[in-house]
Write a protein that binds this ligand. Sequence first.
Ligand code: BGC
Length: 247
Amino acid sequence: MADPIGIDFGGSGIKAAPVDLATGEFSAERERIKTPEKSTPEAVAEVMAELLERFDDTTSSVGVTIPGVVRKNGVVASAANIDKGWIGTDADDLLSSKLGREVHAINDADAAGLAEARYGVAHGRPGLVIVTTLGTGIGSALLYDGVLIPNSELGHLEVDGHDAEKRAADSARKGEDLSWEKWAGRLTTYYRAVEKLFSPDLIVVGGGVSKHAAEFMHLIDIETEIISATLRNTAGIVGAAALAADL
Ligand code: BGC
């Protein structure tokens, strides 16, 4: 059986790679195309089809991440940082027909959470683990004893009267040119709100910015154990591919 392919639909790029499920590593070079300016379902589906053509194999199952709520039936129910046309779109249906094979969609942070639970720092961790991804928005995955509770959307907690991700996502750090210290202060406020509401046993910090973990992780001042992700920005692809293979 060919390795399943994961496709990660992000704010700046759409990335794809086949994943070796024994190790959680890419089994071929990752391919990337810029996310279209107007990220409509049709435009994104076209990019995904183009990415798939770059891999020789035409039989592998495909999993796709969406930066929004994805209901169990594949219908997208929110679109904070993508074209609003996604709301109400049956992603499984649309992408299966555009890509010519069975496709399963999953929320991007849920995919990252699954990947960390299977191959990364959350592996074998009991109790409630909250995996967060800091990027254009803030994504979250709740895992209880390794089982995913999907679509938690903790990036949209209201903290001090603000939608949390507007203040604490990595895009806020970049957009407002915040120092690591200042941004870590915002992350402290955010993660304190999360720990107050959920009493997690572990918080994991993922997303592309976790490659700079040494700059800010030690500045986040909360009670709960908080560690940076292992898979960083490969987690979405790996989790989506794992999901596709499971289904
Ligand atoms: C979306 C989430 C997504 C997160 C990270 C948020 O704005 O509502 O569904 O997981 O961004 O992309």
